[in-house]
Design a protein around this ligand. Structure first.
Ligand SMILES: [Zn+2]
Length: 140
């Protein structure tokens, strides 16, 4: 789902490398793909390199539902541009997926007054003209 939200600056959730290709390929197709250990059925963050449940060094991948709740957040104010325009503040958040893993992400479409712990969220994907698609969350 494309929106007019400006690209985040300096808050990259993940950098694509061979270990995170499934996450980015999923994001490009509007799917939230995270790690899931096939051996012990534990869901893990996309950048997990081994399973804390059983020690597997090759946890697999699976589609998460894309539902989460807000754990904590920070409102970051951008610096004014040279022409004096001030970018809208960004809401950086830590969210807990219903599957369990926590993700650092950015919220869109939420009023600051509505921010609260436990706020239900749903994943949305941004597809910039250049670069990787990325994950954002908005109120469910
Ligand atoms: Zn495991």
């Amino acid at each position: 789902m494309a929106t007019d939200t400006p690209a985040p600056t300096g808050i990259g959730v993940l950098r694509r490398d061979f270990r995170t290709d499934p996450f980015f390929d999923g994001a490009a197709a509007d799917r939230l793909v995270i790690r899931r250990c096939a051996d012990c059925d534990l869901w893990l963050a996309p950048d997990a390199t081994c399973c804390p449940g059983c020690g597997s060094e090759e946890p697999g991948w699976a589609d998460a539902a894309g539902d989460a709740t807000l754990v904590t957040w920070t409102v970051v104010h951008g610096r004014p541009a040279e022409d004096g325009t001030v970018p809208p503040p960004a809401v950086l958040a830590l969210v807990e997926l219903t599957e369990g893993p926590w993700l650092h992400t950015r919220l869109v479409g939420v009023e600051r007054a509505a921010l609260r712990e436990g706020l239900p969220l749903t994943a949305v994907f941004e597809h910039p003209g250049e670069g990787e698609s990325y994950l954002l969350f908005r109120p469910a």
